[in-house]
Design a protein around this ligand. Structure first.
Ligand SMILES: [Ca+2]
Length: 77
């Protein structure tokens, strides 16, 4: 299945449980779980840190889209 940036934006809305326009680590974990992905927590932490470029402890929409692109393209998790 091929995803577009628009799809990732839609998934962002879905993942953003508290609607603060950012995805925190807890929301990311819950999102992946609901999509039947249960990555190793150490790896997930590492990637979360890598994509959280401004070290805000959450992913904004741009960071999220990049994360999703890599996640689905390379199956990093
Ligand atoms: Ca959020």
């Amino acid at each position: 299945m091929k995803y577009s940036t628009q799809d990732f934006e839609r998934l962002f809305e879905e993942a953003d449980l508290n609607k603060d326009k950012k995805i925190n680590y807890i929301e990311l974990q819950a999102f992946l779980k609901s999509h039947k992905m249960e990555p190793n927590p150490d790896r997930l932490r590492k990637y979360f840190g890598m994509f959280d470029r401004d070290q805000s402890a959450s992913l904004d929409i741009k960071e999220w889209v990049r994360f999703m692109e890599v996640l689905f393209a390379d199956k990093i998790l």
